[in-house]
Design a protein around this ligand. Structure first.
Ligand code: ARG
Length: 278
């Protein structure tokens, strides 16, 4: 696969809603507003396009309200996508649609060997040559080991200890091969040390902004797109030569997701050592 610019998969929120509760952010009594969700999603798409991103679309499906969170479709590595094996039956029905999209787009779609769940780029992020992988809540360390063996890379499994930060991408965001944003209390001691070794330059996000999903950011070169209300992180980013672009995404926080969850990078993240960009 070759891409001529940063390329991201998104899925319009036509059927998005809070229809079940599979993480502490979701409550059926706190419904999302359809029009606001559409506007916010469109604003995210526009922001990414203005940064030069090519947006590809997965068709929304009735009855699959979380299909908008394309980060969980799978983990992309060159022309292969390792499809997610979702923990919850509510999301398992997304897989056939993800598989069909990737196959039509020319990717080879692979399933992990049986034994353990894995929720895609939501729980596995490259930092240079290394795959940092969050486990326990949604993904299993065993599946992540299998995945790394298939790819032929080193994996650092980090246990997630706070249910609010149930996917790695809610508490960890690599900017480049040596730098990442993170929320340290989301990990245990061992995980913190492992991450410190994998990404020596770390920007810690405090609780208030972590709860605004500050770590759930989309990185495009030196531009970082994230939810509003993360001003302190914005200043830290500027200090190291990055620019923050806030987009209000509170309708998606109601489902436990924000900017990064709504996107899946297809050509290799900026922090990954591999890329399929020409
Ligand atoms: N409601 C979805 C779930 O609980 C949100 C997924 C957010 N995605 C992510 N990559 N963190 O599965």
């Amino acid at each position: 696969m070759t891409f001529d610019r940063p390329t991201i998969l998104m899925c319009p929120p036509d059927y998005y809603g809070i229809e079940y509760e599979i993480n502490p952010w979701m409550s059926r009594s706190r419904a999302s507003d359809r029009d606001r969700a559409q506007l916010q999603w469109q604003a995210l798409r526009n922001q990414l396009e203005s940064l030069g991103v090519d947006i590809r679309l997965l068709a929304p499906q009735p009855g699959l309200p979380d299909l908008v969170f394309t980060a969980n479709a799978g983990l992309v590595h060159r022309d292969v996508v390792y499809l997610s094996r979702f923990r919850h039956p509510e999301r398992q029905r997304e897989t056939p649609f993800n598989r069909a999209w990737f196959e039509a787009a020319g990717f080879s779609a692979r399933d992990l060997p049986p034994g353990g769940d894995f929720e895609g780029a939501g729980d596995a992020l490259f930092v240079g040559e290394t795959l940092v992988a969050g486990y326990l809540v949604r993904s299993d360390a065993r599946a992540e080991q299998d995945l790394a063996a298939e790819i032929g890379c080193q994996v650092i499994p980090a246990q997630l200890v706070d249910d609010r930060y149930y996917h790695l991408d809610t508490c960890f965001c690599p900017l480049n091969a040596t730098t990442a944003i993170w929320h340290p209390p989301a990990f245990d001691d061992y995980g913190r040390r492992a991450i410190e070794a994998a990404a020596p330059q770390l920007i810690a996000v405090a609780e208030a902004e972590a709860q605004r999903f500050a770590c759930n950011a989309v990185v495009v070169g030196r531009d970082v797109v994230l939810n509003t209300g993360c001003e302190q992180l914005g200043r830290e980013l500027e200090r190291i030569g990055y620019r923050a672009h806030p987009v209000e995404l509170d309708e998606f926080i109601k489902a436990g997701g924000s900017a990064k969850c709504l996107t899946l990078r297809l050509d290799g993240e900026d922090a990954a050592a591999w890329t399929d960009r020409a």
